[in-house]
Design a protein. Structure first.
Length: 57
């Protein structure tokens, strides 16, 4: 039996089962940025912040 290893969010440090990362999206390109893996909560918060930043431009 394999035991799933917890993963650590690079933003908040939470231990979770799954991590997410946007690399390329409309008006966003992180190909040249260091990898930053996020838990669902941090991922959603960063997407909201990115949208707010985009609207301010």
């Amino acid at each position: 039996m394999t035991i799933a290893k917890k993963l650590r969010c690079d933003t908040c440090g939470a231990e979770v089962d799954n991590l997410r990362r946007d690399v390329v999206d409309a008006d966003y390109n992180a190909l040249n940025k260091p990898d930053l893996w996020n838990c669902d909560a941090c991922y959603k918060a960063k997407r909201v912040q990115r949208e707010q930043d985009k609207q301010e431009k």
